[in-house]
Design a protein around this ligand. Structure first.
Ligand SMILES: Nc1ncnc2c1ncn2[C@@H]1O[C@H](COP(=O)(O)OP(=O)(O)OP(=O)(O)O)[C@@H](O)[C@H]1O
Ligand SMILES: [Mg+2]
Length: 364
């Protein structure tokens, strides 16, 4: 592996032309280590081309790509590709090889011994929820969804810190696609990789993506967290794509109480920084809602406590909402005040926490 983890991937002014046609047009984009970044946009907007500049299947005409601050052109291209898992819609399994041979291909090239390969293939089959007996089957004896799982297992074989996925579920029927998305969300959480993921499906984007980058005609139009895109679309095109109107309609009929998180696990009655820190350690939290005789005092975070001399200095005055506030007004208020969360109170008593991003994700 050229790198064991990804701190950042930076694309600077990346441009790719085919003759006079500009497939990717001066794209600047940063992928944050550990995130799943979605690339979405219409057919022909340059998503695949842009993705492939990262593993150098496409060499840009202008601009540079950096991984962990190093220009990808400095890397040996074979080593680079083995450090990056690549999953595509057409899967690309070798038909004359068994599932096991397909998955173990790169391990073999890397000179692993039989026993190690055997063990790793079993691990990977477990991970992608395929029965171990499938190891001896040939790809044409598998369904499309099963083949796609094998493709994912193969991409993960060498444990690459970075995965590039180009519409991996695009060819599957809608129900199977949902199932694989669910499974993939689980795998993603378990692995903690950096992933760049191309899709056409905005629901998939909202479901799996940490951030979403929107492309059109080779240009990057906007990149942001789902709530930013819905609340602040760069233009009509983005607004339509993320279906901002429809979401706001939902938001009007729903109230804060419908979607708030229970505040109980975050409630603390304490009088000192030390006491709250002690409670955070015991409960494995970095955020708390302070009360006194059941009434809201304010919120504190681990980092504010560590910086502050006294409890008073650490306390934030959160945005307060009532359970019957509509989500639409709640969200615009949060946005206006630059708050990513708000506390829902009944009188003085905290009853819930509302997170802007959660709200939008649940409404998709
Ligand atoms: N090798 C090539 N030669 C000529 N034109 C190309 C080549 N590769 C891509 N293009 C063109 O560049 C544009 C962008 O292609 P790209 O495959 O990146 O789009 P995309 O966003 O991935 O589309 P889709 O959603 O259909 O997969 C398209 O118009 C395509 O026809
Ligand atoms: Mg494509």
């Amino acid at each position: 592996m050229l790198f064991n983890r990804i701190d950042s991937i930076e694309l600077r002014g990346v441009t790719k032309r085919y003759g006079d046609f500009v497939a990717v047009d001066h794209v600047d984009l940063e992928v944050i280590g550990g995130e799943l970044l979605i690339l979405i946009g219409p057919s022909g907007s340059g998503k695949t081309t842009l993705l492939r500049t990262i593993n150098r299947l496409v060499e840009p005409d202008e601009g540079e790509v950096f991984i962990n601050g190093r220009n990808v052109r400095e890397f040996d291209v074979v080593k680079l590709r083995r450090s990056i898992g690549y999953v595509i819609q057409q899967i690309g399994l070798f038909p004359h090889m068994t599932v096991k041979e397909n998955i173990a291909l790169l391990m073999r090239l890397e000179g692993w011994d039989e026993e190690e390969m055997e063990k790793r293939v079993e691990e990977l089959l477990d991970l992608v929820a395929l029965p171990r007996e499938f190891a001896e089957r040939y790809p044409h004896h598998l369904s499309g969804g099963q083949q796609q799982r094998v493709g994912l297992a193969r991409a993960l074989a060498l444990n690459p810190p970075l995965l590039l996925m180009d519409e991996p579920f695009g060819a599957l029927d809608p129900i199977l696609r949902r199932q694989l998305q669910e499974e993939f969300a689980r795998i993603k959480a378990a692995l903690g990789r950096t992933i760049v993921f191309v899709t056409h499906d905005i629901e998939e984007a909202f479901k799996l993506g940490d951030r979403i980058a929107i492309m059109r005609d080779g240009k990057l139009i906007q990149v942001g967290y789902p709530d930013e895109l819905v609340l602040n679309p760069a233009d009509e095109f983005v607004a339509k794509l993320v279906n901002a109107d429809k979401k706001f309609k939902h938001l009007d009929t729903l109230k804060a109480r419908d979607i708030m998180i229970d505040v109980e696990p975050y409630l603390v009655e304490a009088e000192s920084v030390e006491a709250v820190l002690e409670w955070m350690r015991e409960n494995d939290r970095e955020f708390a809602v302070l009360t006194k005789n059941g009434a809201l005092v304010g919120t504190v975070t681990l980092s504010s406590l560590l910086k502050a001399g006294t409890l008073e200095e650490a306390i934030d005055e959160p945005l307060r909402l009532s359970p019957d506030d509509s989500l639409a007004s709640a969200l615009s208020e949060m946005k206006a005040k630059g708050e990513f969360m708000a506390l829902v109170v009944e009188g003085e008593r905290p009853v819930g926490v509302l997170l802007a991003s959660e709200v939008l994700l649940r409404l998709v």
